[in-house]
Design a protein around this ligand. Structure first.
Ligand SMILES: NC(=O)c1ccc[n+]([C@@H]2O[C@H](COP(=O)([O-])OP(=O)(O)OC[C@H]3O[C@@H](n4cnc5c(N)ncnc54)[C@H](O)[C@@H]3O)[C@@H](O)[C@H]2O)c1
Length: 334
């Protein structure tokens, strides 16, 4: 087992990476005071490790439409009926949806109960389970209600990926591709475990520097402004990582139009996305006005529309003064 520490003072925690390591790693992370473990997962994942304390499994629904405040309420009610206390522990076993929902419910249940994340998707391992961002969706937008709630530990058991459907692999690689442009170059030449560790290392560094996303952490949203808008516009028929791949290519086009990067760098974007088997073709139809309204509601848009863009100083948040550029970039991708 390998370990990467997310250094956040008293909220620091380890990310354990290994194969067939879930049960052993869980035992080492269980809080001493915990008498009960509430395992939150989805029925199709089929991973229920035995812990050394009393445990109960709580299932949540599949798909973004299950990522709601109602799910949080139901989960908290079920925990209360079972008798979960503030000193017990929640264990989230699943993809980003499960860790986001279980993380948020843990943040608000009894004003905060410890949570351990065991991501079972590539996307969860390289991104969603690390860094303490938790959220659910509203009709008005994705991840609009949530909290920062750092886990007590994260376990990336790479063997749990063996049952992952092909589409979910692509989704994970959408985020892996993102890290290439955030500074983790040459990741594509490494083994899967090394790629996962490379992403975690970079994410841990960014989170340590800016836990609450007041600055640098926003770069983790590279490709996500269009991605979130497309996901909402297409009613989640487009998966997150697929949308991120399109969003990364779109962000490169905006950066090129603004003169921040040259054509060669745009081609590097295409090469990396293609290397990971990702398509960056726009959906055949969508409502542009709705897409723009989602841009305006994006969380990093404090005023007007902002995008995370590549440029001479690396990737950074850029305010878009001329919205025509957004349309021009969209036309170029069609
Ligand atoms: N909190 C963050 O920092 C952060 C970062 C990125 C993404 N996210 C969120 O993560 C979510 C996407 O996560 P995701 O891509 O992991 O999707 P997901 O959690 O919806 O999982 C995708 C599908 O894979 C299934 N699955 C999970 N593990 C499996 C396994 N081992 N074998 C077979 N099937 C398995 C799930 O049941 C589901 O059907 C989005 O809601 C996104 O907003 C959060």
């Amino acid at each position: 087992m390998k370990q990467i520490q997310v250094e956040l003072g008293e909220r620091s925690y380890p990310v354990i990476i290994g194969t067939e390591c879930l049960a052993q790693a869980l035992d080492s992370l269980l809080p001493k005071q915990a008498k009960r473990a509430a395992i939150v997962t989805q029925p199709n994942i089929g991973i229920t490790p035995a812990t050394s304390i009393e445990q109960e499994t709580f299932h949540i629904g599949d798909g973004e439409n299950a990522k709601t405040l109602k799910t949080i309420e139901d989960l908290c009610s079920e925990w209360a009926q079972w008798g979960l206390t503030r000193t017990d522990v929640v264990i989230a076993i699943g993809g980003g949806l499960v860790t986001d929902v279980a993380g948020f419910a843990s943040a608000v249940y009894h004003r905060g109960v410890k949570v351990i994340h065991a991501p079972t998707t590539l996307l969860g391992m390289v991104d969603a389970a690390i860094g303490g961002k938790t959220a659910v969706n509203l009709e008005e937008g994705k991840n609009l209600v949530g909290s920062f709630w750092q886990p007590a530990g994260v376990i990336c058991d790479v063997s749990s990926l063996s049952s992952l459907p092909e589409r979910e692999w692509r989704c994970g690689y959408g985020e892996v591709a993102k890290y290439h442009f955030l500074g983790a170059k040459d990741l594509h030449k490494l083994s899967l475990t090394e790629q996962i560790m490379g992403c975690i290392q970079l994410k841990a560094e960014i989170v340590r520097e800016d836990e609450r996303e007041t600055g640098r952490r926003a770069i983790l949203n590279y490709g996500h402004t269009l991605a979130h808008a497309l996901e909402m516009e297409k009613d989640f028929s487009l998966a997150h990582g697929e949308a991120v791949a399109i969003g990364i290519r779109y962000a490169a086009e905006i950066a090129r139009i603004l003169g921040r990067i040259d054509q060669e760098r745009v081609e590097e974007h295409e090469e990396i996305l293609a290397h990971y088997g990702l398509s960056f073709t726009l959906p055949s139809s969508f409502d542009w006005d709705r897409i723009v309204s989602f841009f305006q509601r994006d969380k990093k848009a404090l005023e007007g529309i902002s995008f995370v863009l590549d440029g001479p100083n690396g990737v950074e948040v850029v305010k878009i003064e001329n919205q025509e550029i957004l349309k021009e970039a969209m036309e170029a991708l069609k």
